[in-house]
Design a binder for this molecule. Sequence first.
Ligand code: 6PG
Length: 258
Amino acid sequence: MQELVRSHVKPEIQVFANPEALTQAAATKFVRQANQAIQARGRFTIALSGGSTPKSLYALLATQPWRSQIPWKQVYPFWGDERHVLPSDPKSNFRMTQERLLFQVPIPHENVHRIKAENPDAQAVAVKYEQELKQFFQLGAHQFSQFDLVLLGMGANGHTASLFPNTDAVHEQSRLVVASWVEELNTHRITLTPPAINNAHEIIFFVTGEEKAAMLKAVLEGQYQPDRLPAQIIRPTQGKVIWMVDQAAASSLSTAVL
Ligand code: 6PG
């Protein structure tokens, strides 16, 4: 399958005064996306991001008025990536989401599709999660998960999910999930692959903070070089991608992009 050449569709960039304003807007969008998906398809499938940026969003969704506006029983949470740790580990993306959201809202246990990263064999973790995706989305050969929404962050080194610079995962075009050895972290990470993400109806990046400004400019305005800037590999095949950023992260962007 040919790797998608850089899309010439300008990504939608929404700039907010501060992280609080961004989080409120993101929570409102989450509610809208969830209700639209449930109305259209009877369920809302979402791949959640890890890291610290989405923590405030997950916590806000568990509070009113957002909490009561989401039909939680039709929400099916997955994760875009996971660290190779126990679910009880402080580094676990699942644990972070559980504490801020899953423990607070009535999502049925059977709806939750955790990446079971406690298995010491990282490749086996990836295979199992991929099988779970194929079964849930009833995928045939060469078909990819089609999430209603994928939430992503971006690291200061340009990674997203666990697609890190100069790793094979960035160019994976047939698997849905891989276990990627990340030299700079000296660990495996389990991650959705670009096609498993790019087939989504909608992809939202959350990026805040001055420390991301240079990288955000490189990703959005620089040359297409996904090996160095993996976030650039995220180009939805048919859906849309929205960058929800705060002014600090957007401070280096040229007005032409905004
Ligand atoms: C993870 C995330 C990762 C994260 C970025 C940004 O497992 O850490 O999936 O891709 O989104 O590293 O992290 P921050 O939001 O903490 O800056």
